[in-house]
Design a protein around this ligand. Structure first.
Ligand code: ADP
Ligand code: MG
Length: 290
């Protein structure tokens, strides 16, 4: 593009809080064919809240205290929601031998009991069956909730259902991208049924779920096969390698520093509608140079 077209495009973006880091970003945005969106913190508000606690053979408060003991040691957003929810029970018991299992959950000794907290994959890894809780877990997931499973001394003892509301403009952003002929894909570490339910509400038909943190970039590379131009929109530390792999990395302004540093475009207002805006500004810039 001509220097003038780039200045105009960059200026237009800046006025709307869409920061293009360089001329290349502006040009690439005009050629995007597919947009991959991280679920948590990008399509959703990233403010998870506990909605349900379901127990099996243990008192609810007891289960919550043990789980909060583990999650107090974790930096995961789901952990924060659980610790807040258990706040009324006072200080959680101390955890020993805490181990974080990325993309799975966490394990610790609390009150002398071995507490495993996380997703189905973690329970499989630990050889723990869901038993009577299996149906309730499916029901939570089908309702778009993330079901955190808690096992105590090798037995599944409870479920914590967590909801994270979509951002107000996520569905409109997806619709605008579709109108421009761009495919929209949801990418998440969360479980398949939960992700599909939320994607359905937002009008997204392609979902790539249960992706381990280290595998997000490889999923982007697969989508780029055949030379397809792919943009990735994300907010988290986990998303940085995928943002770098994408033809165009777009960071949510409210996201982590690593995501913002890695991205080619930053959306200062953290509004998903600024994704189609960014691509439209890019298109306008290209047309002007012709
Ligand atoms: P994403 O950021 O895409 O949601 P993560 O890789 O951080 O994905 O987590 C994937 C899944 O692993 C979560 O949806 C949750 O089920 C489980 N998980 C990870 N960490 C924890 C934790 N501390 N407590 C409970 N569940 C966890
Ligand atoms: Mg995220």
């Amino acid at each position: 593009a001509t220097p003038t077209a780039i200045m105009v495009g960059t200026g237009l973006g800046a006025r709307r809080g869409v920061l293009f880091k360089n001329a290349m970003a502006l040009e690439t945005s005009a050629r995007i064919q597919a947009v991959v969106m991280d679920k948590t913190g990008t399509l959703t508000k990233g403010e998870p809240e506990v909605t349900d606690v379901i127990v099996e053979g243990i008192a609810e408060d007891e289960l919550l205290r043990l789980v909060a003991g583990v999650e107090r040691e974790s930096e995961h957003p789901l952990a924060g929601a659980i610790v807040r929810h258990a706040g009324r029970l006072g200080e959680p018991p101390r955890a020993d031998t805490f181990a974080n299992v990325p993309g799975h959950g966490a394990i610790a000794e609390v009150d002398g009991r071995r507490v495993v907290v996380g997703n189905r994959r973690l329970m499989e890894r630990e050889g723990i069956g869901l038993g009577a809780l299996a149906a309730a877990r499916e029901e939570l997931a089908a309702g778009g909730r993330t079901a955190v499973i808690a096992a105590v001394d090798g037995r599944a003892a409870g479920l914590v259902g967590i909801a994270d509301a979509p951002r107000d403009t996520s569905a409109a952003a997806v619709a605008a991208l579709h109108r421009s002929g761009i495919e929209v894909i949801m990418l998440t570490g969360d479980n398949e049924a939960t992700a599909r339910r939320i994607a359905g509400r937002l009008g997204i038909d392609t979902v790539i779920a249960e992706v381990l943190p280290g595998d997000k970039a490889a999923e982007i590379a697969k989508l780029q096969r055949g030379g397809r131009k792919v943009a990735m929109v994300g907010d988290g530390v986990n998303d940085a390698p995928a943002l770098a792999q994408a033809d165009l990395g777009i960071a949510i302004g409210a996201g982590t520093d690593v995501a913002i540093e890695t991205a080619d475009v930053v959306l200062m207002r953290s509004d998903p509608l600024d994704v189609p805006t960014a691509l439209t500004i890019g298109g306008g810039t290209l047309r002007k140079m012709r």
